[in-house]
Design a protein around this ligand. Structure first.
Ligand code: T1G
Length: 699
């Protein structure tokens, strides 16, 4: 039910947007606002108008779920309402709390003044949906704040705090006490008559200085090349801000609107909107009653203070949760805590956090060297060596030591969570919490439910992910869970392509051009090749006739080349440089192994690399869905978007598959299966959907 409620405080009418959860400006709310505003304007007793939002925020902007439906363009449109507010002959003040994002901020920019709570977020995040502000934001914001700052907000999409917005002039006053009362008082302090009116479209004072420096746009374009690589919306947004200087206001508005409509219909925007909703859908657990109890996590412990353990501990401290890290050897403990301190100091040096914030976080982290100092944490996460017997021994010990309430979680990236749980008397309290390196940065948390993991443990762990600022995705137990299982299929193909004729830099270029931050070989060098080597060796010992994989990577490791950490891996690296340099020694080794394996080397094009590497992981994704290891295709997409750098403007592997067409993917996989056999059998689900002319999106 969306409404706009009206109240009158000594002649000032307060219009309150009321459409939970985020006052999305869908057709119903627009219609209610249009009517309420017109009524307030028509009421002679009304001297001023305050616009505010009920619930958690002012407004999160247009209702994204209406995009692509007739309602999204049905009148009254948002630009129409904003123009009406701007032209009002009574002062209109926006009273902002929580968030004023996208169309929500554009609505506030149509008001003559903005009063906000200091903690409010103000932003135009449209580019993250593959569109641009379409209700005047690119034309009005540069008229209110300096053009360069407007570019930052519009091209990056990042919101700013109201306190900073006040410094920039976007917010006219920070509320002192009750927000609406402050806004009504603000109205009362305005000069009488037309002097109080301040239509944003007429504010030229900020545009003048920028008109004398047209070069700001070219240098801005250069500065955004890396972060806007492969994206259309950021460049379109920049052109619209440029138009705000070059065109008269209404022509600028029209240019913006045409650009907005073009992008709204684009594949990139469809993919980015899919990613937005997939991430939110991933928090919903099928079959788990909404009212499932969750346990409070007020203190935590992490076993192992290596790269992963240290990063995981930082997440708890960043969320304000006291955390204990345990390393049995004091020297390792000091080293681990030292790395944590260094990481925080680096963030202080980059101005990302203050020294006080660093000290606050460090004070929440305590290092211990013996189990009997662990206390009674609500959750324990282990991040020790990836060996089953070592893990089981630890879980059995923790089971004996920890109170019954304690959740025992494992950060394993490959091992069987059920087998680990079998070492305890509380399998219902055992769950996988797979973080990604660097764990304090990467946003994905793959939560692995065991056969006996309870609903409460699952719900608590999913809520914990949100508390830690992570995107939690629930997956089932299988080799490599969702992410690594598909990664394994993807990197395997990449290695086979080397045998058949490609070189690492060629495969990496194709994947980079596809939109990944780097290709599989550069990524291997960054992560360290020894990790995979140890796992392969362990696997070969366990299952000698395991599926064939290319011997090239092992040969490289046998030479002691483990990647960046040894300044040589698939590539070589100059002194203190992370730039991969193709190495003739590797080319020789690759060509030699091709010969050994009897391959006639051939040239391999970018499209084939994409089909071999990406389609193969899609095929694996289809198997994962059929096995219910993932709840829905969007969960797989979310895992790859937040854990593996899959290009967001393609929506994730399963959404990408639908955009290519499953028939195409199935035909390619079938042909590869005919040629290469066993390990590339098309997934029955892929076959079924392709033959039915359907997509994963239809599931
Ligand atoms: N439209 C529709 N639904 C929305 C929505 C929106 N704008 N924003 C949030 N939701 C839903 C969301 O799917 C979830 O639903 C619930 O609200 C709570 O959200 C003309 C065209 C505001 C910071 O990009 O960034 O304006 O899962 O879980 O973590 O120029 O939501 O419960 O069913 O994210 O507290 C521009 C998008 C739109 C802001 C709150 N606006 N939203 O975060 O809650 S385009 C945005 C957010 C536009 C104009 C253009 C966040 C939030 P469900 P949540 P949260």
């Amino acid at each position: 039910m969306s409404t706009v409620t009206t109240s009158n405080i000594s002649g000032t009418v307060v219009l309150t947007l009321n459409h939970a959860p985020v006052n999305g400006l869908g057709w119903a709310l627009r219609t209610a606002l249009f009517k309420a505003f017109r009524d307030a304007m028509a009421d002679a007793k009304v001297t001023a108008i305050v616009l505010t939002g009920a619930g958690r925020m002012f407004s999160a902007g247009a209702d994204i779920s209406e995009f692509g439906t007739p309602k999204s363009m049905k009148p009254p449109s948002l630009p129409e309402i904003i123009n009406m507010i701007e032209a009002a002959e009574k002062p209109v003040v926006a009273a902002i709390h929580g968030n004023a994002l996208g169309g929500g901020l554009e609505l506030a920019l149509g008001c003559h003044y903005r009063v906000a709570q200091g903690s409010a977020n103000l932003g135009l995040p449209e580019v993250s949906l593959g569109i641009i502000p379409g209700a005047g934001g690119t034309q009005r914001l540069p008229r209110v704040i300096a053009v360069e700052r407007a570019l930052d907000m519009i091209v990056s999409g990042k919101p700013i705090k109201a306190v900073n917005a006040e410094e920039l002039g976007l917010v006219d006053s920070l509320a002192d006490g009750d927000l609406v009362e402050s806004a009504v008082k603000f109205c009362g302090d305005l000069p009488a008559g037309n002097a109080a009116l301040r239509p944003t479209r007429e504010r030229e004072d900020n545009l003048g200085p920028a008109r004398d420096k047209p070069e700001i746009f070219d240098s801005y374009r250069k500065s955004m090349a890396r972060r806007a690589r492969g994206l259309d919306a950021p460049y379109a947004a920049l052109e619209c801000v440029e138009a705000s200087l070059a065109k008269v206001f209404d022509d600028g508005l029209q240019f913006e609107r045409d650009t907005f409509k073009r992008l709204l219909a684009s594949d990139q925007s469809r993919a980015l909107r899919h990613a937005f909703f997939a991430e939110r859908a991933a928090t919903k657990i099928d079959g788990l009653p909404k009212v499932t109890a969750t346990q409070k996590i007020e203190c935590a412990a992490v076993i192992g203070c290596g790269t992963m353990g240290g990063g995981i501990a930082m997440n708890f401290a960043n969320a304000g949760i006291p955390v204990t890290v345990l390393e049995t050897e004091d020297e390792l403990l000091q080293k681990g805590v030292g790395v944590i301190r260094k990481n925080y100091a680096a963030s202080v040096a980059k101005g990302r956090i203050s020294q006080e914030e660093m000290d606050g976080c460090m004070s929440l982290i305590s290092g211990i060297a013996s189990f009997d100092q662990l206390g009674e944490p609500d959750v324990v996460i282990e991040a020790i060596f990836e060996k089953m017997d070592v893990k089981k021994e630890l879980f059995s010990k923790l089971d004996g030591l920890m109170p019954a309430k304690t959740i025992l979680a494992t950060n394993t990236s490959t091992l069987d969570v059920n087998e680990i749980a079998s070492a305890t008397g509380r399998p219902e309290k055992v769950i996988g919490t797979h973080f990604f390196s660097p764990a304090n940065v990467m946003r994905l948390q793959e939560n692995v439910r065991g056969e006996k993991t309870s609903d409460e443990t699952i719900a608590t762990t999913m809520a914990l992910a949100k508390k830690l600022g992570k995107v939690g995705v629930l997956v089932g137990v299988c080799d490599g869970f969702v992410g690594n299982r598909m990664l394994h299929a993807y990197t395997r193909q990449a290695n086979f392509l080397l045998e058949e004729g490609a070189l690492p830099q060629e495969v990496d270029k194709a994947i980079f051009d596809f939109g990944f931050p780097m290709g599989p070989f550069a990524m291997g060098d960054l992560a360290g090749l020894d990790v995979g080597w140890l796992i392969r060796k362990a696997r070969n010992k366990e299952k000698p006739n395991n599926l064939r994989y290319s011997p090239i990577a092992d040969r490289i490791c046998e030479k002691g080349r483990f990647g960046q950490k040894t300044s040589a891996g698939w590539y070589r690296y100059e002194e203190s440089s992370r730039t991969p340099v193709p190495d003739p020694e590797i080319e020789q080794l690759v060509v030699g192994i091709s010969k050994e394996l009897g391959f006639e080397r051939r040239s391999i094009g970018e499209q084939e690399v994409i089909e071999r590497c990406i389609y193969t992981m899609i095929n694996e994704g289809a198997k994962i869905l059929a096995e219910s290891i993932a709840q829905r295709p969007g969960d797989i997409d979310t895992v790859w978007l937040y854990g593996y750098g899959f290009p967001r403007q393609r929506g994730g592997p399963m959404f990408y598959a639908d955009s290519v067409g499953l028939k195409q993917v199935y035909d390619v996989i079938s042909a590869l299966y005919d040629e290469h056999g066993d390990w590339l059998e098309p997934a029955p689900l892929l076959k079924e959907l392709a033959e039915a002319g359907k997509g994963f999106g239809d599931l």
